[in-house]
Design a protein around this ligand. Structure first.
Ligand SMILES: *[C@@H]1O[C@H](CO)[C@@H](O)[C@H](O)[C@H]1NC(C)=O
Ligand SMILES: *[C@@H]1O[C@H](CO)[C@@H](O)[C@H](O)[C@H]1NC(C)=O
Ligand SMILES: *[C@@H]1O[C@H](CO)[C@@H](O)[C@H](O)[C@H]1NC(C)=O
Length: 456
């Protein structure tokens, strides 16, 4: 009870907390009519307030339930990539004699379109785990046939070394000699009309560089472009259920053969600094207008983002500088360009950068088996102007989880890591395999053996 000193004596100050005065007030209220009205009014107000809060409340703290118990490995998605779905045998055709003669005139060219060469080399290298796991030298026991088609090598040599334009007579000189040898001299294509044949088409327009593409259309293509947009099949030859989307090669990773561990620790952290670049992008953007067809105008937004704190956006950097920036970046922008795919995404993944994919309708490689959502951020074109707000709203905990996933899991997709293993999983998921001798899902004794990484 508060008291104060007044003119030499203590006096008691009656307070609201004085139980006697409260009792008196209550009694006065209960007996007067006005008091009762106030009382009921008060109750009604409280009740109404609670009702409104319960209906419109956005500030109630979230109610977190206890987690569900774990389930069996075999019933989970994403699946355990270390077990096989099936173990098909792949026969790799030798280069037809006419094609060997072409290669003498057409040496390999160093362009980013060499995923066709990398995949073929893996199948032909007896030390690679792709070879050890899947290759057979006996065509009669093969489930799949690999056509050693290197169309990009022929065209890139013509375009970039000889400086010619157009089709470079590729059909007469390369496609037809290759396909005619396989279709007319050997019996395997005709047995299924090419349904069990595979070949790589690593450039943007897949088989659409070739007038005579009809002869190969029955084969399954390994392509670097996956596109769900309805127009895409006529423009880039994207065939959702016929092609298998693979990662593309990149100049930095596959030509320069940059080693991320030069800049990163084994845990994927920068060796020297912290990841202090919030968002990184190197490439074409400064001349792009919002209504351009190129990148659907998305890259026009980057000219304004460029000035924001934490953003490093530029036309590109020399190798060493770019590697340093990659090792310092948290997020990397991967907007569409001429097509939906961008080779940057593979560089981001190799350096532990979380890719921000802005390409509506893109099909990333191995989506049936690989959990892209956990390693990337996808932003729709219609939300692309809010990139900064979207990325800054991601809690640090969530960013860290994605970064760790990129490093520990995402890197398995890279072309020189487990690509063949993942291609084979896609093949196993296709129909019409049950007749195949070595694909017997129920009776294959060795499917649960942990497979050995494809890395050679
Ligand atoms: C496969 O079929 C085509 C078209 O019917 C035919 O021209 C070709 O000779 C056949 N190939 C073989 C090896 O019989
Ligand atoms: C492609 O398959 C169809 C049947 O599905 C067949 O009629 C056609 O001849 C095949 N083309 C080639 C080049 O084998
Ligand atoms: C399974 O793999 C083991 C070890 O590679 C091998 O010894 C065994 O013969 C295989 N079994 C079958 C049924 O292929």
């Amino acid at each position: 009870m508060p008291s104060y000193y007044y003119k030499g004596q203590f006096r008691h100050e009656p307070s609201a907390f004085d139980p006697r005065s409260i009792m008196m007030t209550a009694r006065r209220l209960m007996t007067s009519r006005k008091g009762i009205i106030y009382l009921f009014g008060g109750f009604f107000f409280c009740w109404f307030y609670v009702l409104v809060r319960m209906t419109f409340s956005s500030t109630t703290s979230p109610y977190v339930l206890p987690p569900l118990p774990p389930i069996e490995y075999s019933k989970m998605w994403p699946p355990n990539l270390d077990t096989l779905l099936c173990r098909p045998k792949i026969y790799v055709y030798p280069d037809p004699p006419a094609i060997q003669a072409v290669y003498e005139r057409v040496p390999p060219v160093n362009t980013p379109y060499i995923s066709e060469r990398i995949l073929l080399e893996q199948l032909r290298d007896p030390h690679s785990s792709a070879y050890k796991n899947y290759v057979t030298l006996e065509p009669e026991e093969a489930d799949f046939f690999y056509i050693p088609f290197l169309g990009a090598r022929y065209l890139n040599h013509c375009w970039f070394i000889l400086g010619e334009k157009g089709d470079c007579d590729v059909d007469e000189q390369y496609v037809l000699p290759m396909m005619q040898h396989i279709q007319q001299k050997l019996p395997y294509w005709n047995r299924t009309f090419g349904q069990d044949h595979l070949m790589a088409h690593p450039m943007d327009r897949t088989s659409h560089y070739y007038q005579s593409r009809e002869v190969m259309e029955n084969a399954t293509f390994l392509t670097t472009v996956g596109d769900l947009r309805p127009v895409s099949s006529s423009i880039v030859g994207s065939r959702r259920y016929k092609n298998i989307v693979i990662p593309s090669a990149t100049a930095l990773l596959d030509l320069v053969k940059a080693d991320p561990l030069q800049y990163l620790t084994h845990e994927g952290h920068p060796r020297h600094k912290k990841r202090d670049v919030f968002v990184l992008f190197g490439g074409r953007y400064s001349d792009v207008q919002p209504d351009d067809v190129y990148s659907a105008g998305i890259r026009s937004l980057f000219s304004s983002l460029e000035k924001q704190p934490g953003y490093v956006i530029g036309p590109g950097w020399e190798t060493d500088k770019y590697m340093k920036l990659l090792s310092r970046a948290r997020y990397g922008l991967a907007p569409m360009g001429h097509t939906l795919d961008t080779t940057r995404i593979w560089e981001y993944i190799a350096f532990g950068v979380v890719p921000v994919i802005i390409a509506d309708g893109i099909i990333e490689p191995f989506e049936d088996d690989f959990d892209w959502k956990s390693i990337s951020v996808r932003i729709r074109r219609k939300d692309a102007h809010k990139i900064d707000a979207i990325l800054r709203a991601i809690p640090d905990e969530e960013y860290q989880a994605k970064r760790r996933r990129v490093w520990e899991y995402g890197r398995r997709v890279l072309l020189t890591r487990d690509s063949w293993h993942l291609i084979v999983r896609d093949l196993c998921r296709r129909g019409r395999l049950e007749g195949k001798r070595t694909i017997d899902r129920n009776n294959h004794a060795n499917l649960t053996l942990p497979y050995v990484s494809i890395h050679t």
